[in-house]
Design a protein around this ligand. Structure first.
Ligand SMILES: [Mg+2]
Length: 354
C-alpha cells in the first residue's frame, strides 16, 4: 500500500490572552490591550492587535510597551481562566481531528486524516474555525498543508482570522520568497550568519551552495535545506503531552516567613533545573503555586526573556512571584509550595538562551 498523504492543520488563536480579555470585557474591544506587565520588571504576556500596531509584542518589557503605546489598557493575566478556555478549544480540536499535538494553550497541529481529493481543504478549515468560534467566541488562524512545516507557516500567513491552504504544487512558490527567519529553528544568530553569506530568503537557502550552508549552519545544514524545499516528514505527535516540570512540597504546619518560603523555592528551582539538564531541555516560563492553610491555591507564572535551565534564574523568577504575592498579604501562611517550569524546548536558538 502506498503511503497515504494526510491533511495537516496548524491552528493558532489570534492574540489569545488579549482576545479572551476583550471577549469578556466589551469596554476593551477595539482598544489596545496589553496582558501582563505588572510591576517594574514585568513583561508583556500578550498584546491585542490594536496594541501591536504600535510595535508592542509579547515578551517585551512592560516599560517599553508603555512607552510605545501610552494609552494602552494593561490587564492582569488570568492564567487559570485562559487554561479553561484552552480546554474548550482543545475539545473542538479533538472532535475534528484524528490526532492533536498541542504546542501551547492556544496552538496545535491537527492530523485531519488521509487527504481526500473530493473534499476541499478550505471547507474543512472553515468548519474548524467556525466550530472554535461557536465554542469560545474567539477567532483562530488556520494553516492547511501536507506537512507540519507548511501548515505552521500558512497559519501565520494571513493573521488574524486567517485561513490559508497550501497545496503541494504551490509549496515552493509559497516558501521561496519568505525571509529565512521564518523557518523554525533559524533564530537571530543563525539568520545573521546566513545574511553574512548573502542568503536572505528561503529560496536562496534552498539553492545556496553546499559549502556555504554547512559553514553557516553546521551539522544542521541538511535538515534546513530539506525544510527550505518544503520537506518535513514529522507526523502529528499526540503522545507529546503538554510538558512541564515541577516540584511540590506540603508542610504539616504553615510557613509564616517569606524567607522560609524563598528557601523552599530555591531548593525546588534547583531540582527543576537539574531535571531540565537531565532531559536536555530549556524552559521559557516559571510557575509558582502556593496554598494557604485555608486551602485557597494561587498559581502565578512569569515568562522569561529567553530560555533557561539555570537554577538561579528559575529561583529568581519564582521568588519574585512569591514576593509580589506576599506584598498583598496581611498575614503569610503557606501550606504547600510548588515551583515549576514549562514552555520546554530542546534546541532554542543560542541567542535566546539566558
Ligand atoms: Mg496565538
Amino acid at each position: 500500500m502506498v503511503n497515504q498523504r494526510r491533511l495537516i492543520a496548524h491552528v493558532d488563536m489570534d492574540a489569545f490572552f488579549a482576545s479572551v480579555e476583550q471577549r469578556d470585557r466589551p469596554d476593551l474591544r477595539g482598544r489596545p490591550v496589553i496582558v501582563g506587565g505588572d510591576g517594574a520588571r514585568g513583561v508583556v504576556a500578550a498584546a491585542s492587535y490594536e496594541a501591536r500596531r504600535y510595535g508592542v509584542r509579547s515578551a517585551m518589557p512592560a516599560a517599553r510597551a508603555r512607552r510605545l503605546c501610552p494609552h494602552a489598557v494593561f490587564v492582569r493575566a488570568r492564567h487559570a481562566h485562559y487554561r479553561e478556555v484552552s480546554e474548550a478549544i482543545f475539545e473542538v480540536f479533538a472532535a475534528h481531528a484524528e490526532r492533536v499535538e498541542g504546542l501551547s494553550l492556544d496552538e496545535a497541529y491537527l492530523d485531519l486524516g488521509p487527504f481526500d481529493p473530493a473534499i476541499l481543504p478550505a471547507a474543512i478549515g472553515r468548519r474548524l474555525k467556525q466550530a472554535v468560534f461557536d465554542a469560545t467566541g474567539l477567532t483562530a488562524s488556520v494553516g492547511l498543508a501536507g506537512t507540519k512545516l507548511i501548515a505552521k507557516l500558512a497559519s501565520d500567513y494571513d493573521k488574524p482570522d486567517g485561513l490559508t491552504w497550501v497545496p503541494d504544487e504551490t509549496v515552493q512558490r509559497f516558501l521561496d520568497p519568505l525571509p529565512i527567519r521564518r523557518l523554525p529553528g533559524i533564530g537571530p544568530s543563525t539568520a545573521g550568519r546566513l545574511h553574512d553569506a548573502g542568503i536572505f530568503t528561503v529560496g536562496q537557502l534552498r539553492q545556496g551552495p553546499e559549502s556555504l550552508l554547512s559553514q553557516a549552519l553546521g551539522r544542521q545544514a541538511g535538515t534546513f535545506r530539506q525544510r527550505a524545499a518544503g520537506i518535513d516528514p514529522r507526523p502529528v505527535d499526540d503522545r507529546r503531552v503538554r510538558r512541564s516540570i515541577s516540584q511540590e512540597s506540603t508542610f504539616s504546619e504553615d510557613l509564616h516567613e517569606l524567607a522560609a518560603i524563598e528557601e523552599v523555592i530555591r531548593t525546588q528551582a534547583a531540582a527543576c533545573a537539574r531535571r531540565l539538564r537531565e532531559r536536555s531541555l530549556y524552559a521559557r516560563t516559571v510557575h509558582l503555586k502556593l496554598r494557604s492553610g485555608g486551602f485557597s491555591t494561587l498559581t502565578r507564572s512569569q515568562s522569561l526573556d529567553g530560555y533557561t535551565r539555570n537554577a538561579e534564574t528559575v529561583a529568581e523568577a519564582a521568588c519574585a512571584l512569591a514576593r509580589a504575592w506576599a506584598g498583598y498579604q496581611s498575614r503569610i501562611g503557606v501550606r504547600l509550595i510548588g515551583t515549576g517550569v514549562s514552555g520546554l524546548e530542546g534546541q532554542p536558538d543560542p541567542g535566546q538562551i539566558l
